[in-house]
Design a protein around this ligand. Structure first.
Ligand SMILES: Cc1cc2nc3c(=O)[nH]c(=O)nc-3n(C[C@H](O)[C@H](O)[C@H](O)COP(=O)(O)OP(=O)(O)OC[C@H]3O[C@@H](n4cnc5c(N)ncnc54)[C@H](O)[C@@H]3O)c2cc1C
Length: 402
């Protein structure tokens, strides 16, 4: 039997793939990570990184590098519902702030960290096929920039190849909790936009948008409408985006005094979970769990997957635990953690007005700083929606309001 050249091959080298490769290489495994992109490069995504994602960078010794790029820290989240604004701190004492780093910067930092940890990084390498032998994934076949075809083998192939994952498809990863695209989003960058250094979300009937400062003095502005309007609105994206901003006249005026510094990028995404493992394969990041971007959870979720999956694979590769047991535990931990946020996210993505009882609750949260901080922490993925919306907590908020 041919010997596996690597312990692990990771397909995809962005938020999920590079940290997974880095963590496995740090544990002493031989790792190949490939990506068809060259780095630094951009990808279709906005890039709010909530405090738990910032904590992961800190654990990995990468936060100082991000801070050194001059990315402004965001210590306040504002949710402007029109009649009132909920304004709170998203983090904890250990990790108080969020950032909005350009993916050109963040992803490059992650790829370099994987390489420095000892992983072999092959950029501009496109995977064409997943090699399957007797029902077990054993490697990849692909080509480099020069077009030369290469086959590589490993004990495990990890799909970190995003929401259209070829690894998930080839392995027949079973999907569950599926929901079709709900929200169509568009984003771009503006210069000379006078907004506070915070993450500011505007919620209006059938519309939502958010701003956050990023590198180079630019402000990211992302807006969305229901996917049912996507076809009609795509004929005039800018006109419809500006019409959306008119729902908050003060903000509309600021935008009209600013300069757009990039073209609009936009998409709508499917919502799904995949079983993230099987014989010879594993999935991390969007490849294994994808959801609407309205709550901006994907990057930190990818970071958490990388840690959980690398630990589970270590258990299995070191012989401490059977592969299926270790990976079932990874899946269980992931799902228990993200399921309440998945439901909250897909509910928000409809952009429908909150039901009356939710409106009453939000009214009671407004002005109660402790509750406003807690609400910001829910959106930041620090506190579970299940905890915040529990009968006990809701009762406490209403009691404080009377
Ligand atoms: C419009 C939009 C806005 C978003 N906003 C936010 C936000 O503000 N905050 C947040 O946390 N998340 C956000 N997300 C989600 C976030 O982008 C993803 O969750 C995150 O990028 C997942 O990282 P990943 O590494 O799993 O996948 P990706 O970032 O998609 O990376 C996959 C990589 O795999 C490579 N690849 C794929 N196929 C192959 C192949 N065959 N061969 C070689 N390489 C391959 C690709 O080149 C790519 O580099 C947003 C998403 C969208 C669509």
């Amino acid at each position: 039997m041919a010997k596996d050249r690597y312990d692990a091959i990771v397909v995809g080298a962005r938020c999920a793939g590079s940290p997974t490769a880095m963590l496995l290489a740090t544990k002493g495994y031989t790792v190949l990570v490939v990506d068809r992109s060259a780095f630094p490069s951009d990808t279709l995504s906005t890039h709010i990184l909530h405090p738990p994602g910032v904590s992961a960078l800190q654990r990995w010794g990468l936060l100082d590098q991000l801070i050194a790029t001059g990315c402004p820290p965001l210590d306040t989240y504002r949710f402007d519902f029109g009649p009132f604004t909920i304004e709170g701190a998203p983090g904890t004492a250990d990790s108080p702030v969020a950032y909005c780093p350009r993916r050109t910067v963040l992803d490059k930092l992650l790829v370099d960290a994987a390489s420095e940890a000892g992983a072999e990084v092959r950029e501009e390498f496109t995977v064409e096929d997943i090699v399957i032998d007797d029902g077990r994934v054993t490697g990849i076949r692909g080509h480099d920039k020069g077009g030369q075809s290469v086959t590589e083998s490993a004990k495990v192939v990890i799909g970190a190849d995003g929401r259209y994952s070829a690894v998930a498809k080839a392995a027949g990863a079973e999907r569950y909790n599926e929901k079709p695209p709900i929200l169509q989003g568009y984003y771009t960058y503006w210069s000379d936009l006078t907004v506070e250094d915070d993450f500011h979300t505007y919620i209006r009937p059938g519309r939502g948008w958010a701003t956050a400062p990023t590198h180079d003095g630019l402000t990211l502005v992302v807006s969305g409408w229901p996917v049912a309007e996507a076809e009609a609105n795509k004929k005039d994206v800018e006109g419809n985006v500006l019409k959306t901003f008119d729902m908050a006249p003060e903000f509309a005026e600021k935008i009209r005094g600013a300069k757009r510094a990039a073209r609009y990028s936009g998409t709508a995404v499917e919502n799904f979970f995949c079983k993230p493992y099987g014989p010879g394969w594993a999935l991390v990041g969007d490849a294994g769990y994808n959801k609407d971007f309205i709550t901006a959870q994907g990057i930190m979720d990818a970071f958490r997957d990388a840690e959980l999956c690398a630990n589970a694979l270590d258990e299995s590769l070191s012989g401490a635990q059977a592969f299926d047991d270790a990976m079932a535990s990874y899946q269980r931990t992931r799902d228990e953690h993200v399921l309440p946020m998945f439901e909250f996210t897909t509910m928000l993505a409809t952009l429908e007005p909150p039901p009356p009882e939710m409106q009453q609750l939000l009214g009671a949260v407004h002005g109660n700083q402790e509750a406003m901080d807690a609400f910001a922490r829910v959106n930041a993925g620090v506190t579970s929606p299940a905890e915040f919306f529990s009968e006990e907590n809701v009762g406490r908020i209403f009691a404080a309001a009377h």
